[in-house]
Design a protein around this ligand. Structure first.
Ligand code: TUI
Length: 319
């Protein structure tokens, strides 16, 4: 069921990946997603290499399913984390927030599958040439650091341009989104915000509640002027940041104001002064449930939607 090049490449039951969210995606969340038949991902974020190594070992102690580590390429530790991952027998690496080209050969020599996140056709083509095994193609609907193009417009353009399988990300939270992504030519999906609101996710309850209370326009983009736009839930901190931004502040001042804010929201639960990164799909997410339930609901919902579409074909189009 929904057997694609992605489920086969990654050796997983369902072609559903959990986003590699800094401060959020630890071994507990990753193990829960992998045990439920998807691909769980430990996010290295800006964390020191020793933390990443421990998380990998802790995950392996509770699950023998495939998993990935996400390398956030703006991290000062990115290089060292590549070294750790190569030694710790991690089956899959995803990357974000940059071009992982210089690491691909090293990772592949260690028999690791490399799946970069890309926001454009040009980077997709380049990384396919450089040996990426698949691509996560992320639309601007996503939470956190984002590109400009929408999932709807970007996925089919990348699917046309490359031969490696594509995983859609950004704005996907249920079976309808999953099926829509497959319709666009993707062979899997990655979801971040949906898995934040899971029982196993260790973020502060206030973070989960903020997403659940969100509406369609709650997730906004800050930091466009810095060249690193970030989608967050509108709150006191986002307003203060945007005011500073529109006053013409320089990047250093903005970085200073933003420092430590994601941790403040995720760990301390300060969802007024912290940065609550989340995607546009937040308005659709109304509950907290186990990762296995999230995945089962998506598969069941997608099958029901498929029936609905099939009956449309028989009844109305064929006359
Ligand atoms: O990486 C993400 N999302 C993230 S990373 C992050 S940590 C952070 N915190 C504060 C400020 C900035 C980052 C929070 N959310 N998603 C994957 C993603 N990658 N989205 C966009 C990109 C991307 C952008 C440019 C990938 C490659 C790229 O290449 C530029 C180049 O160098 O060619």
């Amino acid at each position: 069921m929904f057997d694609t090049r992605i489920s086969r490449l990654l050796n997983i039951k369902y072609p559903i990946l959990q986003g590699g969210m800094a401060w959020v995606a630890d071994h507990k969340l990753a193990a829960a997603v992998s045990e439920a038949g998807g691909l769980g991902i430990i996010a290295a974020g800006n964390a020191p290499p020793a933390w990443v190594r421990e998380e990998i070992r802790k995950l392996k102690a509770i699950s023998n399913k495939p998993f990935a580590v996400n390398i956030m390429l703006m991290s000062p530790f990115a290089e060292d984390i590549v070294g750790i991952i190569s030694k710790e027998r991690v089956p899959v690496v995803t990357t974000g927030a940059g071009n992982p080209g210089k690491y691909i050969e090293r990772l592949k020599k260690a028999d690791i599958k490399v799946i970069p996140v890309v926001p454009t056709v040009s980077l997709a083509k380049r990384l396919e040439r450089e040996g990426a095994d698949a691509l996560i193609v992320e639309g601007t609907e996503a939470g956190g650091h984002i590109g400009e193009l929408t999932t709807m417009a970007l996925i089919p353009q990348v699917v046309e341009a490359v031969n490696v399988p594509v995983i859609a990300a950004g704005g996907i939270g249920d079976g309808r989104g999953f099926l829509a992504a497959l319709s666009l030519g993707a062979e899997g999906v990655q979801m971040g915000t949906r898995f934040v609101c899971s029982t196993e996710c260790t973020v502060h309850d206030n973070y989960k509640e903020t997403i659940i209370k969100s509406k369609d326009r709650s997730a906004i983009v800050t930091g466009r002027s810095t060249g690193h736009p970030v989608r967050v839930i509108r709150n006191k901190f986002a307003k203060e940041y945007m005011e500073l931004e529109s006053s013409g502040a320089d990047i250093r001042q903005l970085e200073e104001l933003g420092a430590g804010r994601l941790r403040l929201a995720v760990v301390e639960g300060d969802v007024d002064k912290g940065s609550v990164m989340a995607g546009q799909i937040s308005g659709l997410i109304n509950d907290i449930k186990p990762c296995s339930q999230i995945i089962q609901d998506i598969i069941q919902d997608a099958l029901a939607q498929l029936d609905r579409l099939t009956s449309l074909k028989g009844g109305k189009l064929d006359g």
